[in-house]
Design a protein around this ligand. Structure first.
Ligand SMILES: [Zn+2]
Ligand SMILES: [Zn+2]
Length: 485
């Protein structure tokens, strides 16, 4: 369907009840009904509280179904109706509206021209959701004061804690099954219970899509064959619907935007859907939009255990010299949509090239520091870590007992990374139920003990809050700020 220009409204160049597609910006007028009823304007207004005048530059929108807000430039399809005696003075109404897709080429060009102006509005939505000033343009301040003296439990209550990489609840189906339906029969285990017991507010649930073509040999995972065309896409379809079943059955919030992020707490935990490896794209970038919109995917790890279409991995000989042109396109598309970009498992070359392309901070969700990592190691060097920090990003420290025998050692491992990159760039990536060894963080119920270990290592309450969640929250909001609509 052709694009409907705003000028057509005033000139009445449409038929009553005609179905049109139009692009514009969302202004929320009713917080209760915000996902279903809002105003659409041709330009972004200065802040979320500014309601446009009831003139031709405004359409009252009623969505067919609620939509997630947080990206406020949208293309909508709906029935355009002219109002003659509206008590509020609105002149145009879009009824039974649904989200429509923009043309990717056009969007990326536009995203490169001016994402910041739009990003500011996304931040405002976060600010409103967090009860902060609606017109502030800076990142939210730390939720814990620098001189606060808090216990570990008080820290976890004050600052939502985040596990940046996890397969908890058994989100992954049976690893050895090739048939997705058989893999999906693996029963879930409790996730919300340990989260609430330990005060974990947000879990990034990572869904791998290379599972059917990888195998575990001597505590290492490797690719064993090339996938059939469509095989990993079909696997991912099962895996994401499985992840949604887990989220629903555990009563977790599905976090997709700043507002739902702000709703998550130690009492009402939530999950962010993440992919471990972008193998399900099979080289087709439009699938990223599909999974973003249909499944609520909000964090994309580019590579996993297979040298895929996006780039090289730490655990196999490099083939691409780092990031591929397709990998760079996927990063730009993530920036456009507002996804967190995770470069875990990528080679140092891939990470350096990703940092050049990416306009948001990079996540490296699960690793640990080693002065000189040997070939094929998943650990990273200080220089590798500094590239992430330079983007404003965050590095998740993971807890296999082969590296950190207990929580005290894990806290010290986090402290060593902080020495290299600073306290604003370190977080937790547990890889819960995904490690090939036992874990120093065996259950989320142990999270207060990790906070205690961090306090004992010498961090103050504010710093512990940053490491255990604040840094990721900042990164998530910054990633959404680059979104163009
Ligand atoms: Zn991994
Ligand atoms: Zn993992």
């Amino acid at each position: 369907m052709d694009h409907f220009a705003w000028q057509h409204l005033d000139a009445r160049r449409f038929d009553e009840g005609e179905t049109i597609e139009i692009e514009g910006f969302i202004t929320v007028v009713d917080l209760e009904a915000r996902q279903r009823y809002f105003l659409l304007t041709p330009n972004a207004s200065c802040c979320i509280g500014c309601i446009p005048r009831a003139d031709e530059a405004c359409i009252e929108v009623f969505m067919r179904a609620p939509i997630a807000l947080g990206r406020d430039r949208v293309r909508l399809q709906g029935r355009l109706v002219y109002l003659t005696h509206d008590p509020c003075g609105w002149r145009y109404q879009l009824q039974d509206a649904t989200l429509a897709l923009l043309q990717p080429e056009v969007e990326i060009e536009e995203a490169e021209r001016g994402p910041l102006r739009i990003g500011r509005r996304n931040f405002m939505l976060a600010s409103v959701a967090a009860g902060l000033s609606a017109c502030a343009s800076e990142p939210p301040p730390p939720l814990i004061a620098a001189d606060a003296k808090l216990t570990s439990v008080q820290i976890l209550m004050a600052q939502p804690a985040v596990d940046m990489h996890s397969h908890a609840g058994r989100v992954i189906g049976t690893r050895t099954a090739i048939d997705p339906q058989i893999a999906d029969q693996r029963p879930f285990v409790d996730l919300a219970g340990p989260m609430k017991a330990g005060g974990l507010a947000i879990v990034c649930l990572a869904v791998p899509s290379d599972t059917p073509v990888t195998r575990e040999v001597d505590h290492r995972i490797e690719a064993m064959r090339e996938p059939q065309p469509g095989e990993l896409y079909r696997w991912a379809q099962m895996a994401y619907s499985r992840a949604h079943r887990l989220i629903d059955s555990q009563g977790l919030l599905n976090i997709t935007d700043p507002a739902s992020l702000a709703d998550a707490s130690y009492q009402t935990p939530g999950a962010i859907l993440a992919s471990e490896g972008a193998d399900f794209l099979e080289g087709q970038i439009d699938r990223l939009d599909e999974f973003f919109r249909r499944e609520g995917l909000r964090q994309l790890q580019l590579v996993h255990y297979r040298v895929n279409e996006l780039g090289d991995i730490q655990t196999a000989a490099p083939r691409h010299g780092g990031l591929t042109p397709f990998g760079a396109d996927v990063i730009k598309r993530c920036n456009y949509l507002g996804l967190v970009i995770d470069v875990a498992h990528g080679t140092f070359d891939l990470v350096k090239q990703a940092a050049e392309v990416c306009s948001s901070p990079l996540l490296l969700s699960h690793t640990s520091l080693l002065a000189n990592p040997p070939p094929l190691s998943r650990k990273i060097s200080p220089d590798h870590a500094r590239v992430i920090a330079k983007t404003g990003g965050v590095i998740g420290i993971w807890p296999p007992t082969s590296t950190f025998p207990d929580l005290r050692a894990l806290a010290e491992g986090m402290a060593r990374m902080v020495e290299v990159v600073g306290v604003d760039h370190v977080g937790l990536g547990s890889d819960m139920l995904g490690l090939t060894t036992t874990s120093a963080l065996a259950s989320y119920a142990d999270l207060p003990r990790l906070a205690d270990a961090l306090l004992a290592t010498g961090f103050n309450a504010q710093e512990v809050g940053k490491i255990l969640g604040g840094n990721y929250v900042r990164l998530f909001l910054a990633s959404i700020q680059t979104a163009f609509y």
